[in-house]
Design a protein around this ligand. Sequence first.
Ligand code: DON
Length: 304
Amino acid sequence: MNYQEILEEIFTEVSSLESKGAVADYIPELGNVDASKYGIYLDSIDGVGFSLGNAYERFSIQSISKVYSLVLAMKVLDRDVWKRVGVEPSGDPFNSLTLLEYENGIPRNPFINSGAIVIADILMSYYQNPKEAFLNFVRKISGNPNLDYNEKVAMSEKEHGFRNASLANLMKSFGNIHNDIEDILDFYFYQCSLEMSCKDLAQSFMIFANKGKLLNDEQVYIEPRHAKRINAIMQTCGFYDESGEFSFRVGLPGKSGVGGGIVAVHPSHYSVAVWSPKLNKKGNSYLGIETLERLTTLTGFSIF
Ligand code: DON
């Protein structure tokens, strides 16, 4: 498959689209990003990487971090993770409080904010220094030892994180948060502030395309049975109340973040990351989805 040619064709097509959407600014520091950035990196299972545009520039991964923290939580608690968080799509925005009240503080899934805060709580109980454990893990699987948190972004979110604080408090009232709320939110805001490029993201998500392994070593970073589950949750919940639409249009498991990144995998074929900061109303990258829809259309294959 000549992926490079396909990426170039996609780029020509999406460049001609009307520029829709808006950069996230509810975390003020994210509002400073250049809205015209666009990058894509595809890592194929046979070890060849294809890139275009700003594929090597780091940006705020935000909710994409929830996939890495879920990997760590599954390593730590295995099936017991599912006593604290569900695996159903919520059909609600990523920061919604509504269902939590009816469902006794058990979040629908680990990718909405409430679910990710519970996962952060699990990691907080297990690791002496969860920030360090999280960062080391992502550095390892991305093959990039220079990755780091952006403290300015973390602090900016902390100052405006009223909704996440209310989610954490509501869950604590139901007994589904065990650690100090400030500590958990601090860790959560840091994990979201991690900066990675499309290349870093695609490389690290190879563990979901390649049964738990990277391409260049034999180590199993996640058990295949866990990779299978996480791919399923990405497919059904990776885009919040737009998960059905993403599945319909793109047909791959994936995860988005309000920094404008989307990562998706075609198991046994490739992992791919795209970055364009302008978001649609559901908080997902507008051109990111347009790009990936064209990728599965032009290649003629998705998981379906
Ligand atoms: O908690 C928040 O609101 C952000 N740190 C992450 C949200 C996010 O990325 C939603 N994704 N599309």
